[in-house]
Write a protein that binds this ligand. Sequence first.
Ligand code: ADP
Ligand code: MG
Length: 377
Amino acid sequence: TLLALGWTVQAALYRAATVLVAASPCAVVISVPAAILSALSAAARGGVLFKGGAALERLAVVRAYAFDKTGTLTTGRAEVTEVVALDGLAEALFVAQLAGIEAASEHHIADAVLRYAKVLGVQPWGVSQVQAWPSEGISGTDAEGSVWAGNQRMVARMGADASAHPALQPMQAGAQTVVHLGRGNRLLGAVTVADAPRATAAAGIAALRAAGVGEIAMMTGDRREVALRIAADLGIHDAEVHADLLPADKVALVDALTAKGAVAFVGDGVNDAAALARADVGIAMGAAGSEVALQAAEVALLSDDMQRLALAHALARRTAGIIRQNLIFAIGAMVVLVVAGLFFALPLPLAVIGHEGGTLLVVLNGLRLLNDPIRVR
Ligand code: ADP
Ligand code: MG
């Protein structure tokens, strides 16, 4: 075509070379990885590990954050606050049996019971044939036969009736987690377990809201009364609280949220690994979370500091912004250079400078993110 315009072969080749340099998309190609790698590195230095650039890009468009309660919004270091042994059973004997069955559980509640037994100086009973009932409790067999521990759902599953025992009424009415101990349909007693909100959770959630996150949800297998008490401390509205959930219910709720946009689920992996995996971005409480959580999630918070979540969210958004800037600039520069090369006799050295300069600029723009630390004041 250039020959057809009446140019000499030499001029045509020169022009072709100029256009070739101008049109090579180095800046376009490098603009995304330059920004993503810088951001991943900045995030890692701030204690937020992304399993890849895709998770960072997805986090930038998240509009709803769902949180597990126990071990995520709360510290998971629960304490036994009250013990009621029924039918004159001695407290130490009761706690020895409860600690025996809980010793087989990985739940935060089990830790609390075992620590309490230790303080009392009682030896947990040996238990075999253990079965975990996710978000309900645990069952097994000890020296006196079948034994189980768990919440109201577990009580119902075993055909027991907590309301038949007036001594347990104040516990049922309260706002703490109640763990019952029973054998078959006979209740031996119950303990309450209280878990404190994480010190940084309220600030983290407030920062997410301030950053324009449209929806916050708390999802828990615990009772509604307990969930509402923790939620109130954290600035989570009652309507955002979903309690009495089984692991599958958390997945279904994540799915329901996903219909309105990208969802991040923040959890510790105890009874919420499926929800972590199902969300657009699964975020594991790394320091406090389990191995399962780290497997199922794509982002790990290495510190317990929930404010870093909001900072990671902001970083992801800034990264998306810089990628957009870079792409617009790189494609724009390319168009200008190509047009100049084709129609305005752009000299080859200028095309080279324009091309390399553009590439350098987008890389430098991306590298700005390196200096965008996730730092908590
Ligand atoms: P969350 O969703 O808040 O992290 P889970 O789904 O892990 O809570 O547990 C929900 C509820 O199931 C607990 O509050 C407790 O009542 C009961 N539960 C689960 N595991 C156990 C256990 N090992 N012993 C007693 N109760 C348990
Ligand atoms: Mg949990």
